[in-house]
Design a protein around this ligand. Structure first.
Ligand code: SF4
Length: 460
């Protein structure tokens, strides 16, 4: 049975949930109503509108139950690995070992949004000297201090070197607060000199072989620490099996993105596509469930496309979105204003690219870590975005700025400038705070102006 796509408020979802449960279209024991998370403090859910499919419900449930799951894993004897900054590489290594579960404490940067500041995480960071001149990832400090959001990991691992000033300072502050961190170095990615051996690291990027070797050695230290934590050897066979499973996630997401960005009508809202992409970085602490959820979403999207169903109108303006928004509500808003997200770079594109299974696993992981868009020159990132804009036929670009983020200070403007010149498209840079409500009119005006400009260009 194909449900007509419809965005529902939280309240509407509750009634819809009853109906779907009665019709046997969802399994209540696996997927409770979303509104139960409001009493946990996730009050932003009240301001969002959600896709009405059981697959989307599974997606939100997977996301919103992560905290409980982490506690359950810990109580069940698993060892928790808090991996920070690399977004996508170390978790593949950790999930090679059955007794380890990896997650990103930096994911707490969305907590002030989802919990509408009611946990005081940013205030705790303020009190520790990490004020609003830093990006919202400082919420992670508050989460470590108040211990309300995730169990303290048994091992903390953080990449350093080619990292933004914010993260470097916040992670050092965390270390200074008595949370020991295993640091590993990710060097700045540079093009090879003419006399250097060069290697492909994925998606058209080339790096000096010496850099790949340096990263491989650094990741070998991480491998040893993970082996010691699990009390068993992390060998190449185990790594290869985990890489295959990570590639399965990446492949499902590639198919989902393709459908979401290219179908005549979008089979899924931009908000659900954003949440689905986030699953790539650490599988929401459950690799098996991530695969199940993505399969269900993809099947739902295919059904809708085959039936000619979807969101919006065929003439909605096709927008490429750069950087994750601190307030996820803006994904709903862009669609309300007549835009459609048809391409994204949420700063972890390397977590969506397939990992080369023909290489020795540590070599393949070193290359994918070096392909991180945030460790290389901004022109590499801008070129990839331009190629995706062309691939998905985007007509306008939003460069989303993150308040206080040092990586945005000049990078956003450089990307915007490059895209204006290269793609000759209208580009807007707009800052999205953790709660957009007080500045929503500014956001609305900027996005509507962008959409009008793109439509005017269609008319020549
Ligand atoms: S400044 Fe940018 S890259 Fe650094 S932690 Fe904040 S959002 Fe991430």
């Amino acid at each position: 049975m194909i449900l007509s796509p419809q965005k529902l408020t939280l309240e509407q979802w509750d009634g819809h949930w009853d109906l779907l449960a009665r019709q046997g279209l969802l399994r209540p024991e696996h997927c409770g109503p979303l509104s139960r998370h409001v009493s946990d403090g996730d009050t932003r859910l009240l301001a969002l509108r959600f896709d009405n499919s059981p697959a989307a419900l599974q997606l939100w449930n997977l996301l919103l139950t992560e905290q409980d799951r982490l506690w359950q894993w810990k109580e069940g004897g698993k060892r928790l690995v808090g991996t920070m900054k690399d977004l996508g590489t170390v978790p593949v290594m950790a999930y090679s070992l059955d007794d380890l579960v990896a997650f990103y404490p930096d994911g707490a940067w969305w907590t002030p949004c989802v919990m509408e500041m009611n946990q005081q995480l940013l205030q705790i960071a303020d009190s520790l000297g990490i004020d609003e001149s830093f990006c919202p990832v400082r919420a992670m400090l508050g989460a470590f201090v108040n211990r309300n959001h995730f169990p303290i990991p048994d091992l903390l691992i953080c990449s350093v070197g080619a990292t933004c000033d914010d993260f470097s300072a916040i992670a050092q502050r965390l270390n200074g607060l008595g949370f020991p961190i295993l640091w590993w170095e990710i060097p700045h990615r540079r093009p090879p000199e003419p006399w250097e051996e060069a290697v492909q690291i994925g998606n058209g990027l080339v790096a000096p072989a010496s850099l790949v070797s340096l990263v491989r050695n650094e990741l070998d230290r991480v491998r040893s620490a993970l082996s010691a934590l699990a009390g068993t050897d992390l060998d190449d066979l185990k790594l290869q099996a985990a890489i295959s499973r990570a590639n399965q996630v990446r492949s499902l997401l590639a198919s989902l993105n393709r459908l979401a960005f290219t179908a005549t009508l979008s089979p899924l809202p931009a908000l659900e596509v954003l949440i689905a992409q986030m699953l790539a970085i650490h599988f929401c602490s459950d690799l098996g469930k991530t695969v199940d959820v993505l399969r269900a979403l993809l099947a739902q999207a295919k059904q809708r496309v085959d039936a000619g169903l979807g969101y919006g109108r065929p003439d909605d303006v096709r927008i490429f979105w750069v950087n994750p928004p601190a307030d996820i509500k803006v994904m709903n808003l862009v669609e309300d204003y007549g835009g459609r997200i048809c391409g994204t770079d949420f700063m972890f594109t390397h977590a969506l690219d397939p990992i080369d299974l023909d290489l020795p696993p540590m070599d393949a992981l070193a290359r994918i870590a070096l392909a991180d868009p945030m460790v290389g020159p901004v022109c590499d990132r801008a070129r990839r975005i331009a190629a995706e804009i062309q691939r998905f036929g985007c007509e306008a670009v939003v460069v989303c700025r993150i308040p206080g983020a040092s990586h945005c200070a000049t990078e956003g403007s450089l990307i915007a400038q490059y895209l204006r010149q290269t793609c000759e498209l209208p580009v807007v840079e707009v800052e999205v705070p953790s709660l957009v409500d007080t500045t929503v009119h500014v956001f609305e005006n900027r996005i509507k102006a962008l959409i009008e400009t793109a439509k005017a260009r269609r008319r020549g």
